[in-house]
Design a protein around this ligand. Structure first.
Ligand code: BES
Ligand code: MN
Ligand code: ZN
Length: 506
């Protein structure tokens, strides 16, 4: 899909449809009002008469009847202004494009008009690109009822902003790539298949890559990852892809960001077997891996002046004669002993070894993304990721990245009082049965392996896949949660590093 900026008036655009944003409780203004006048007042009539209320995801096509060059005008809602944030703004444009695809428009335009500011460009483009995502990728036979849009023309966003458009388009496409991986069936996307995807990305950008299989994992002492994968015929992989960005001139700063993803390609629960009811959903237990892999693809293609490594702990959590048992004690790669009281709390186990691997390879700042706890859905639901962090300063950067990426995260507290709940009767740590604060405890377990370095844990168990059909304004199905967050975090850290450098040079 082509995305272009134009300076021509909206009435002159040769497109199938011209989309005009409307906010709940506000009348048309600015460029929309001018358009309304040319069209004989039909747009304002729909708004004033409250037939179109501007609610988020409300989309209404109106025939232009030859009064302007576009064949249709689409009114689309942004909801109330005080509710509008980056994530909702993207969601509104996702829906605009999704609906336009079902109507078969090939060329469409989006008109920037109040209340959308000039700074909305990124969200408009990212959301629109995300709206091209097709979930039914494995359906055969009848022609897909949703067609593809060839071009989106952006009017009223100024000109000379092509680079911003390209970057936002890349971010949207990266989000969709993560969504494709999330959606891929678990018989297809195995730990090795995930490693091969990483290999393709590394080769494309000439990045350093290391893929550890069972033999290397054993000699490296990555027993927690091996234990989780032990019940599966598909052996685990520990994947590390590294973008060297610090060695460009003037950027040496010694900082290395590790973006770490949980890559459980299917989570049956192991011997602590899950309820069969929604077990098929557990194909998305590699959503963290999808996000970090997609993010490092963009980070490398932009040649960001920051060292970034993506680490993915990939395994399949299955029951079977060779599976680990509840009660087993494993020695982690960093030497701590862990009593596996519940084999279904496998995410924190594989992440523990992944953090150790990142630290061994020089990580100075760590962020992990994981579909870790069902409790995250209870705590905040599907509209945001839950997070914990051991470092306020690092968290402030993550928080800023979240807002700029329209990829919500909400931090939960870590209390020293809870640390006692991690203790085992036999080993240093146990992996479950804490009795309360499930999402926080999952994070606190992982924190034990962060080596005291600035670290944040993003629990995307709920945000990665909205299964609540009543919750209509949060993207349904795979969302690619965390993808744009990681890209933005790397960009902010790279920019800050450059800032620090200039201060030091003075
Ligand atoms: N992958 C699941 C978490 C999950 C549950 C994600 C539902 C998405 C939807 C994770 O491995 C898991 O099973 N967690 C357990 C942890 C518990 C045993 C401490 C959970 O949340 O029940
Ligand atoms: Mn599990
Ligand atoms: Zn899991």
């Amino acid at each position: 899909m082509k995305i272009t900026l134009v300076s021509a008036g909206p009435a002159e655009l040769n497109v199938d449809a011209l989309a005009v944003p409307v906010v709940t409780g506000q009348r048309l203004a600015g460029a929309a009002l001018e358009l309304d006048r040319v069209m004989g007042g039909v747009l304002s009539e729909m708004v004033v008469n409250a037939e179109f209320r501007g609610r988020i995801h409300e989309v209404l096509p109106i025939p232009a009847q030859g009064k302007i060059k576009p064949r249709r005008v689409i009114l689309y809602g942004l909801g109330a202004l005080h509710d509008l944030d980056g994530q909702r703004l993207r969601s509104a444009h996702h829906e605009l494009v999704r609906a336009s695809r079902t109507w078969g428009y090939k060329r469409m335009a989006i008109l920037r008009t109040d209340p959308l500011g000039m700074d909305s460009l990124k969200a408009v483009v990212e959301g629109s690109v995300m709206g091209t995502f097709e979930r039914r990728s494995r359906q055969t036979g009848a022609a897909p009822e949703r067609r593809e849009i060839d071009e989106i023309v952006l009017a009223g966003f100024g000109t000379g902003r092509e680079r911003e458009v390209v970057a936002a388009q890349e971010n949207g496409e990266a989000t969709n790539r993560a969504r494709e991986w999330q959606n891929a069936p678990p018989n297809e996307l195995t730990p090795d298949a995930l490693a091969q995807e990483a290999m393709r990305i590394a080769q494309r950008h000439n990045m350093e890559i290391e893929i550890l299989g069972p033999a290397e994992l054993k000699s490296g002492g990555y027993n927690l990852l091996l234990g989780v994968g032990a019940g599966s015929a598909k052996p685990p992989r520990l994947i590390r892809v590294r973008h060297h960005g610090n060695h460009q001139e003037g950027t040496a700063n010694g900082k290395t960001l590790a973006i770490i993803g949980k890559g459980i390609t299917f989570d049956a629960g192991g011997i602590s077997l899950k309820d069969p009811d929604h077990m098929s959903q557990m194909k998305d237990d590699m959503s963290g891996a999808a996000a970090v892999l997609s993010a490092i693809d963009v980070i490398a293609s932009r040649k960001l002046p920051l060292d970034v490594m993506a680490v993915i702990a990939a395994a399949e959590n299955m029951p079977g004669p060779t599976a680990q048992r509840p009660g087993d004690v494993m020695v982690s790669a960093d030497g701590k002993t862990v009593e596996v009281v519940n084999t279904d709390a496998e995410g924190r186990l594989v992440l523990a070894d992944a953090l150790t691997h990142a630290l061994r390879n020089g990580a100075t700042h760590l962020i992990d993304l994981a579909t870790l706890t069902g409790a995250a859905t209870v705590a905040i639901g599907h509209a945001a990721s839950a997070a914990v962090s051991n470092d306020d300063e690092f968290w402030s950067v993550v928080d800023q990245a979240s807002r700029e990426a329209g990829d919500r995260v909400w931090r939960l507290p870590i209390y020293a009082d809870y640390r006692i709940l991690l203790r085992s009767q036999i080993a240093d740590l146990r992996n479950a049965e804490y009795g309360e604060a499930g999402t926080i405890m999952g994070g606190m377990f992982i924190a034990e392996f962060a080596g005291g370095k600035p670290w944040a844990h993003i629990d995307i168990a709920a945000s990665a896949w909205n299964t609540n059909l009543e919750l209509t304004t949060v993207l349904r199905g795979p969302s690619g949660a965390g993808t744009r967050l990681c890209i933005e975090l790397a960009e902010l850290m790279a920019a800050r590093v450059a800032e620090l450098k200039t201060v030091a040079e003075r």
